[in-house]
Design a protein around this ligand. Structure first.
Ligand code: 3IO
Length: 334
């Protein structure tokens, strides 16, 4: 009798467990490198909410902001090897790895993040580049056009001479041409570098004034409209293949919409962040002359040539890619 009861209780418990796990669905992990407040993580939480809703709970997303699962530099490898199922990478942190999509980091003077993000998405869809062949791309987006945020004022380009500024990707080259000291590092390492004085400012988009409280330390902002930083959200290929077809369809349908949502969010947030910085810290915003903007554009040209050379080595038709990029940009910025 006692044995029967135990067996019964055990089988009941097992049935409940099975039912609970069926209800909870499959859990996938999603790693991100910057802190939870920043836009790459805001878009991650929005994506999680939409996916859990649209799959009716069949997919459970467990998010890890702030490098708690993978950091900026081991994100790509970590997703490829399955340490995380999904990860958010900043393309500019992987020089030479993504020749085609690095086009989005060229100095083409995007004025809107929404336009830049949709341009990036369309470019990816058209070319489906080899460089992403061993991961599944879920969405793509960019930062807003890059500006200088510094401890000391940069009122003219001459003020940049010798100034150590944190950046990544193509912007490092532009800084070099201006006589500044570009220091390459991921955004997640920048708070400490600014605190310690290793760098005297940074080149990125204005969202970071508020989200990292950089407005407190960088009271001077200079409008340069330098390139955007491209991002990709990637998934482990085997993990992707293991998902049911209807779940895959939900994720595929969300790709472009998520790019647009993130662009719109950031365009809005840039304004909020700058207004907040003016009110809270009385930051000063400096504007350059048209001649100085022309000089910035001129410094961008050799960079396009370098990129074309990199593409040629990788078998990428750079002229075709650039032509399409400019066409999409014109379409989305009109
Ligand atoms: C960025 C990266 C992480 C968190 C917030 C951010 N805002 C703009 C960027 C782009 C950038 O500077 C970078 O390094 O990717």
């Amino acid at each position: 009798m006692r044995k029967t009861m135990t067996a019964l209780a055990l089988s009941l418990a097992l049935t409940c467990l099975a039912a609970a796990s069926a209800l909870a669905g499959t859990t996938v992990t999603y790693a991100n490198f910057p802190p939870a407040k920043t836009f790459p993580c805001v878009q991650m939480e929005r994506w999680k909410t939409e996916v859990e809703k649209r799959t009716g709970g069949a997919l459970d997303i467990q998010t890890f902001p702030g490098s708690t699962l993978l950091g900026a530099k081991n994100m790509l490898r970590g997703v490829q090897t399955g340490q995380a199922d999904i990860g958010c990478i900043s393309i500019a942190y992987y020089p030479g790895v993504f020749p085609l999509m690095s086009a989005v980091n060229l100095p083409v003077a995007f004025t809107s993040t929404e336009a830049a993000s949709l341009t990036m998405w369309d470019l990816f869809q058209k070319y489906r580049p080899e460089e992403f062949k061993d991961v599944k791309v879920l969405t793509m987006f960019t930062s807003a056009p890059s500006q200088i945020m510094s401890k000391e004022p940069v009122k003219t380009l001459a003020d940049l001479r010798g100034m150590e500024l944190r950046a990544s990707g193509t912007i490092l080259r532009v800084l070099g041409g201006l006589g500044a000291q570009g220091v390459g590092m991921p955004m997640s390492e920048t708070p400490e570098a600014l605190q310690k004085g290793v760098v005297k400012g940074l080149v990125s988009s204005f969202d970071v004034l508020k989200d990292f409280n950089f407005a407190d330390i960088c009271r001077h902002e200079t409008i340069t409209n330098l390139p955007v930083y491209p991002f990709a959200v990637i998934m482990n290929k085997a993990r992707w293949e293991s998902l049911p077809a209807d779940v895959k369809e939900v994720l595929d349908d969300l790709g472009r919409e998520q790019a647009q949502w993130t662009g719109q969010y950031l365009d809005q947030h840039i304004d909020d962040s700058l207004n907040w910085s003016r009110e809270k810290y009385q930051v000063e915003v400096h504007k350059l002359t048209p001649a100085e903007h022309a000089e910035l554009r001129k410094l961008g040209q050799p960079l396009v040539d370098d990129w074309k050379e990199e593409c040629a080595k990788a078998g990428v038709d750079a002229d075709a890619v650039l032509k399409d990029l400019l066409e999409y940009q014109a379409k989305y910025e009109s």
